[in-house]
Ligand binder design. Structure first.
Ligand code: HEC
Length: 117
């Protein structure tokens, strides 16, 4: 007597590379840091928002890095790591927070199709 077992494992899908996931996660992690530290001027619906700052990036838009040049993206790291904010006021982001911004920028730059911006 023979028993044929249907094998459940034959249907398991191939593991997708998590590229899009990683892009989203690094952006969200950096976004949280930037919202807390930079949101005052860079979140469009805050009364304290500064038009010139929003022209560079507005954290209230889901695709906020899109319009930024490569140089401006790198400048996110510089400004996040700076001991002074745009007004010359002291600011302190933890090394872990600067790292979150750095990872996002590196990932964003690496996945941009053209480096010519
Ligand atoms: C007090 C308001 C204010 C805060 C807080 C602020 N910014 Fe800005 N940011 C501006 C303004 C205004 C501009 C446009 C003028 C300029 O380039 O400085 C700007 C521009 C920028 C630019 C583009 C610079 C370029 O080279 O074109 C980056 C990148 C940036 N900000 C990052 C940050 C980061 C990161 C933080 C938080 C750590 C932050 N900003 C906090 C007001 C602010």
């Amino acid at each position: 007597m023979m028993t044929v077992l249907a094998t459940a494992c034959s249907k398991s899908p191939p593991r997708e590379p998590a590229r899009a996931d990683l892009a989203l996660r690094t952006r969200q992690a950096a976004g949280l840091v930037l919202e807390a530290s930079c949101g005052e001027c860079h979140i469009g619906y805050y009364p304290t928002a500064v038009p010139a700052a929003l022209a560079v990036f507005d954290l209230s838009t889901p695709d906020w890095p899109r319009r930024m040049t490569d140089r401006q993206l790198r400048d996110l790291i510089t400004r996040a790591a700076s001991p002074l904010d745009t007004r010359g006021q002291p600011q302190h982001l933890s090394a872990a927070d600067v790292d979150r911004v750095t990872r996002f920028v590196e990932h964003e730059l690496a996945t941009r199709s053209s480096g010519s911006r």
